[in-house]
Design a protein around this ligand. Structure first.
Ligand SMILES: [Zn+2]
Length: 310
């Protein structure tokens, strides 16, 4: 039986500076203060009741590490630019597209790869250490959960720190490829601009024309980030693996994801079929709002670092 669904607001402005009560919204504080206490209490109760928590997270977990997401209203990449993420078919089909992709990725890599975990990543790692989190599924490709030390982790859409050969399937380190790019393009100098969620940056076409892209050292095949591009699908084995981890869990917590992409949303449908309690922590609405008993709107880091894994 479903409990009453709570829709509560901590605060709703994702671009504001970090603090429990953002500057400039003092006129909202009385109403927020009451809601804050209740929503935190309900979320704490939800987490306390869970013995084996299944957590699924998305871009909202990483935005506080300086990695923008695609969809947030006003601040996401879709709102700020007319650029769209790489499509899988285009990457496979077009050498020109791969050249443009890798040139931008080469420029953005030093900044993107230097991002550090934030208080949300660290809290979830602590929860795992205390035995509260059974499994964590992330839709992010930034490696920040593994940098934070998370062990039970599935990177549902891969990881931009790894590279895959489309010819022989060999996996290699993205960092090693950076050295090959630099060796092949000694004259190349472009400044990293706005870094996108996939490590991409913005460059003019004429800038990428002479960028040289290496191929697989073993078989000469095409190299691609080990990341599920839009239009590609997550492997059946990975999906089944995650379903198995979900079946071992007793509650589901969504953190920082609007669940617009089906590859993540399907696990919420499965959890609902299993009548598992579900809570959502996210700024803004999600595709799974109708499946949940508890919805908290707030910044992942602010909220998760306060909730105790008791
Ligand atoms: Zn190869």
């Amino acid at each position: 039986m479903r409990l009453q669904r709570w829709v509560l607001t901590l605060h709703t402005a994702p671009a504001r500076p970090r603090s429990s009560v953002p500057a400039g919204v003092s006129s909202f504080v009385p109403a927020c203060s009451a809601a804050d206490g209740l929503s935190m209490e309900l979320l704490q109760d939800f987490v306390s009741r869970a013995k084996r928590l299944f957590v699924i997270g998305g871009a909202g977990v990483s935005t506080e590490s300086g990695i923008p997401d695609y969809r947030s209203e006003g601040v996401g990449l879709y709102a700020r630019t007319d650029r769209r993420p790489m499509q899988h078919a285009e990457f496979v089909r077009s050498a020109r597209s791969r050249q443009r992709y890798w040139a931008r990725n080469f420029v953005g890599w030093p900044l993107f790869s230097s991002r550090r975990p934030n208080s949300a990543h660290r809290a979830l790692q602590r929860w795992e250490e205390r035995g509260k989190v059974h499994w964590l599924v992330t839709q992010n490709v930034d490696a920040l959960h593994s940098k934070a030390g998370q062990k039970g982790l599935t990177e549902l859409h891969g990881c931009s720190h790894r590279v895959m050969c489309l010819g022989c399937g060999a996996i290699s380190e993205r960092e090693a490829l950076q050295r090959r790019f630099a060796a092949l393009n000694p004259e190349w100098s472009a400044q990293a601009g706005a870094v996108a969620p996939d490590g991409d940056v913005f460059l003019e076409d004429k800038q990428v024309l002479h960028f040289r892209v290496p191929s697989c050292e073993d078989c000469g095949g095409v190299l691609k980030p080990e990341v599920t591009f839009f239009g590609d699908t997550v492997s059946k084995a990975t999906v089944q693996f995650v379903h198995n981890r979900l079946a071992e869990s007793d509650a589901v917590l969504v953190v920082g994801s609007s669940l617009q992409v089906y590859s993540g949303y399907r696990f919420l449908l499965a959890a609902s079929d299993r009548k598992m309690p579900i809570a959502i922590l996210n700024i803004g609405p999600t595709r799974a709002d109708h499946l949940t008993e508890l919805r908290v709107s707030g910044r992942c880091g602010d909220v998760l670092s306060v909730i105790q894994p008791l």
